[in-house]
Design a binder for this molecule. Structure first.
Ligand SMILES: NC(=O)c1ccc[n+]([C@@H]2O[C@H](COP(=O)([O-])OP(=O)(O)OC[C@H]3O[C@@H](n4cnc5c(N)ncnc54)[C@H](OP(=O)(O)O)[C@@H]3O)[C@@H](O)[C@H]2O)c1
Length: 313
């Protein structure tokens, strides 16, 4: 397996709004407890994972106030504060957790503002590199409510609470409407070898030099991730290239477009090293062709729209 080591370039870099970050980053969602709710399974390991990521050169960490809620942000603060220069902490707003863990919309303009302030408080930060407006349902047609939501984030940027505005779980329509109103730093959507329904959004982002950050790069939790990680074509390619199946899935993303930034999540330092090592895996033409032809098989045909993804956050 290719592992992360000192001096690795983590896939080079790409712009994240006004920031520039390595293409291999880290998603902190799973550091909260099971179901992304409550205390972590292993608190000490969670802190070690965060410190190991930064020590390996990671300068892009993805989080949300509603992971826990507050748990992941507080872990990031405990592990990494005072934050090193150049560390882009990216969060998202527009959802909150009920006391029983149920995820709710929290997406009125004043709630978005409150969401940003809550992130800043728990992270102990004055400013965030990017905040993503996380839509609950990407199939909703963007209209005046979407414009008002964007305006709330624009105001937060003008007041210096955030450096950049991102979008998450959106359609190409959302993106086109948003870029008419503001600079957009990134789009964070579900995208991986097994689910490429956001290809139109990725293509639009690439044309506009906007970072595209795939969430669930190893597949949706459960069956899709299991099938991807146990897929025989990936396993065969991995053996030939001296990598692991997870690394092939991540290397495929890095190879697909220069504006893709990775934030695979893990609770363990072993998987962190493995995932960062994906940036050193070189796909040859034969591997590219094979992956272009092959997708880990689905049991059910996909719907035609991007999922509402209430099962992921
Ligand atoms: N915008 C959104 O709506 C949204 C939605 C979902 C996620 N996100 C963000 O995107 C990040 C990435 O999503 P994600 O699905 O990768 O992360 P994730 O939901 O944090 O979890 C990834 C899962 O894959 C496992 N895993 C990680 N590396 C592995 C490896 N090398 N081999 C085998 N299993 C491995 C992890 O288990 P171990 O802990 O055992 O390694 C974990 O269960 C999240 O952390 C979050 O910050 C955003």
């Amino acid at each position: 397996m290719t592992g992360a080591g000192a001096g690795q370039d983590l896939g080079g870099s790409f712009a994240l709004g006004s920031w520039r970050v390595h293409r291999a980053g880290y998603g902190a969602m799973q550091l909260a407890g099971d179901g992304v709710f409550g205390p972590p399974r292993d608190r000490e390991e969670a802190l070690l994972v965060l410190r190991a990521a930064v020590a390996a050169g990671v300068d892009h960490i993805d989080t949300a106030q509603y992971y826990g809620p507050g748990t992941v942000n507080r872990l990031i603060r405990e592990a990494l504060h005072p934050y090193p220069d150049g560390l882009a902490i990216v969060s998202k707003v527009a959802a909150r957790r009920d006391p029983d863990g149920t995820l709710r919309r929290y997406d009125e303009p004043h709630e978005l503002r409150q969401g940003i302030e809550d992130n800043l408080t728990t992270l102990g930060a004055d400013r965030l590199a990017v905040v993503n407006l996380r839509m609950m349902d990407p199939s909703e047609t963007p209209g005046r409510q979407f414009d008002a939501q964007l305006a709330a984030l624009v105001q937060a940027r003008e007041e210096g609470l955030i450096d950049g505005i991102g979008l998450s779980n959106v359609s190409r329509l959302h993106l086109l409407r948003a870029v008419d109103q503001s600079e957009i730093a990134c789009v964070q959507n579900l995208f991986n070898l097994a689910d490429q329904r956001s290809l139109d959004v990725l293509t639009e982002c690439a044309a506009r030099k906007i970072a595209f950050v795939p969430f669930c790069p190893l597949g949706l939790p459960g069956d899709q991730r299991h099938r991807l990680l146990t897929d025989h074509v990936l396993a065969t390619l991995a053996a030939r290239l001296g990598a692991t199946s997870a690394q092939i899935a991540l290397a495929w993303l890095l190879d697909l477009a220069p504006n893709i930034l990775l934030i695979p999540g893990t609770r363990t330092r072993a998987h962190l090293v493995e995932n960062l090592g994906a940036a050193d895996v070189r796909l040859d033409e034969a591997a590219r062709d094979e992956l272009a032809r092959h997708r880990p098989r689905r049991r059910r045909p996909p719907s035609t729209t991007v999922p509402t993804t209430k099962e992921v956050l």
